[in-house]
Design a binder for this molecule. Structure first.
Ligand code: C2E
Ligand code: MG
Ligand code: MG
Ligand code: MG
Length: 282
């Protein structure tokens, strides 16, 4: 590590920092090409209603097919495209692809599917968001009532006033709104209810420990019962075991998504999955 004297203090500069910065720039450059070369792909994770034993919809989750069959998960690149602003273009592409493919699938198989798509904070700040969403729905012929947009609590709370307006306009189009990773932020359910929100998605970090950690179990139970009181729907994500399924179902949360049912699937595998309809044998 080298030390440079900046007059009134020291500035540390290490090889490690240099390498990281270079790697970051390379990644940004690769992502720029990935958008142009269409290296992104939308996967779909099925969502279920346990009490009705029914596939109800899917969540669109983006993947990056970088090279030679290497599939890069979103944690590796979403933060980068968020910092560069490329997320606005990528997010629009994901929404269009997802609407296109699910519309095609439900027409072909005659099975209605709800579609959830994640929205990042940057997209939310984009003044043309409403216009873009409307245009994509028209172009793909996707019914607005079957679309749900997921935003996190933090996005909502950080821009409460503009969020209220944007969400209002989306919900006027018939689109539904869900709060993703619910429970990890700091909003009160009561305050949340002043926004046109339809559904809460209980964060998967609570589910992981729900069978061993009384606090997490209590948090999940509270979210479910308060959502019910406030007239909001609720879905649990990250459901991996039968114990978790029973726990949620006993509390009245029937909407579930997680590896016990299915991982996120590419379009062709989703098609096979939808044809089967229900992953468990009777
Ligand atoms: P998320 O929206 O909360 O999505 C749920 C994540 O949980 C997905 O990770 C999914 O694969 C994972 N998951 C589902 N069931 C289980 C389970 O039973 N166990 C465990 N351990 N994990 C499960 P994924 O696909 O890696 O996505 C991570 C995050 O990246 C998403 O979290 C979302 O915040 C973001 N993301 C993904 N696609 C998009 C996108 O198109 N736009 C934006 N803005 N963000 C996206
Ligand atoms: Mg999500
Ligand atoms: Mg989530
Ligand atoms: Mg998340």
């Amino acid at each position: 590590a080298a030390k440079y004297d900046h007059g009134n203090g020291y500035c540390f500069f290490s090889e490690e920092m240099n390498k990281n910065a270079t790697r970051q720039l390379e990644l940004e450059e690769q992502l720029r090409h990935a958008l142009i070369d269409q290296q992104f792909e939308v996967y779909f994770q099925p969502q279920f209603d346990w009490s009705r034993q029914k596939l109800t919809g899917v969540e669109a989750l983006v993947r990056w097919n970088r090279a030679q069959g290497e599939v890069v998960p979103p944690e590796m690149f979403i933060p980068v495209v968020e910092s560069t602003g490329q997320i606005v273009a990528l997010g629009e592409w994901v929404l269009r692809q997802a609407c296109l493919q699910i519309q095609q699938l439900q027409c072909q198989l005659n099975v209605p599917l709800q579609l959830s798509v994640n929205l990042s904070g940057r997209q939310f700040d984009d003044l043309s968001l409403i216009y873009k969403v409307k245009k994509i729905l028209q172009e793909t012929n996707f019914p607005p009532e079957q679309l749900e947009l997921e935003i996190t609590e933090t996005i909502l709370m950080e821009n409460a006033d503009s969020a209220r307006k944007t969400l209002g306009q989306l919900s006027q189009q018939g689109i539904r709104l869900a709060i993703d990773d619910f429970g990890t932020g700091y909003s009160s359910l009561n305050y949340l209810n002043t926004f046109p929100v339809d559904r809460l998605k209980i964060d998967k970090s609570f589910l992981v420990n729900v069978m061993h950690d009384d606090n997490h179990a209590a948090i999940v139970a509270t979210i479910i019962s308060m959502a019910d009181t406030l007239g909001l729907s609720v879905i649990a994500e990250g459901v991996e075991t039968m114990e978790q399924v029973s726990f949620l179902s006993d509390l009245g949360c029937q909407a579930m998504q997680g590896f016990i049912f299915s991982e996120p699937l590419p379009r062709e595998e989703l098609e096979e999955f939808v044809q089967k309809g229900w992953p468990f044998q009777q």
